[in-house]
Design a protein around this ligand. Structure first.
Ligand SMILES: NC(=O)CCC(=O)C(=O)O
Length: 272
């Protein structure tokens, strides 16, 4: 399997429209890859909180359309990263003024939407994304030829139970678009390797380059194999990281070192 992670630069001085066109063109250039991945909220920037409402779009909005076309032009599976999704109002009376979600889109090579995942763990504690966006509540996996991908987004990387849920649902690749900041880069690399080792799965984690909303981005998109070895890592600038790997190694790793089978579930709480 060949995967290309597009670590696009997200800087304040580029318009959303220009970046969307650039992303579509970068995806279209990846013909020959099996899977292409873009980062989290690359239209606005994951920390550009002031832009979320203004740039939010319906699920089938301009980013959806551009990415569906780019996936079919290149003939690739495309994890198009995430968009600030604007939903219809709760009452259903006025379309487009409902809650926002941080929603990932996955397209099949014929440009059809294969999956949408609303980020479950919102970042910011009592501000930023955590108050501006709604929380997803559904685990999402996507069946692809020869493997199954499980979806998570950025801050989700810190929550191992989400990934165990994905593994229980059959995930062998854990695909994680992100907008991770430079100041916590050591956590990014460590957590990506930890999720790969503990779940005996490939981790494909695609971040952004550049600086937006005063937040320098870590870059360093990374692909980790089921043994925890880093098989590809980007630098800090805009870059397409391409790796080749054998999804069959997930099954062999799980057979040869069957730690997942030794899980003990439903432990009793400590006695007081
Ligand atoms: N966009 C995010 O989810 C940022 C996460 C982050 O900065 C962290 O977990 O640290």
């Amino acid at each position: 399997m060949r995967a290309s992670l597009i670590q696009i630069g997200v800087d304040d001085d580029e318009s959303v429209d220009s970046r969307r066109k650039r992303a579509a063109s970068l995806v279209s250039e990846q013909a020959g890859a099996d899977l292409v991945v873009l980062p989290e909220l690359w239209t606005t920037g994951a920390f550009a909180y002031e832009s979320f409402a203004a740039e939010a779009e319906p699920l089938e909005g301009p980013t959806y359309e551009a990415m569906a076309k780019a996936a079919s032009d290149a003939g690739v599976w495309l994890h198009a990263g995430s968009i600030p999704e604007r939903t219809a109002s709760d009452s259903g009376s006025a379309a487009g003024d409902g809650p926002l979600y941080n929603t990932s889109l996955v397209f099949s090579p014929d440009g059809q939407l294969a999956a949408a995942y609303r980020k479950i763990h919102r970042f910011g504690f009592d501000k930023g994304e955590a108050v501006l966006m709604g929380a997803g509540s559904n685990l999402v996996t996507v069946r692809m030829p020869g493997t199954t991908a499980g979806l998570a987004t950025c801050y989700d990387l810190r929550f191992p139970e989400l990934f165990r849920g994905l593994v229980d649902a059959g995930a062998e690749l854990l695909v994680i678009p992100a907008g991770w900041p430079e100041r916590r880069r050591s956590h990014w690399t460590l957590l990506a390797q930890a999720r790969a080792v503990e779940n005996q799965a490939y981790v494909l984690a695609c971040g952004t380059a550049g600086t937006h909303a005063g937040m320098p981005q870590a870059g360093h998109s990374i692909v980790v194999d089921p043994w925890g070895e880093v098989i590809g890592e980007a630098g800090t600038g805009e870059e397409v990281l391409t790796v080749e790997f054998d999804p069959g190694r997930v099954a062999t790793t799980r057979e040869q070192f069957p730690a997942l089978k030794d899980r003990v579930l439903g432990l009793d709480a400590p006695r007081r």
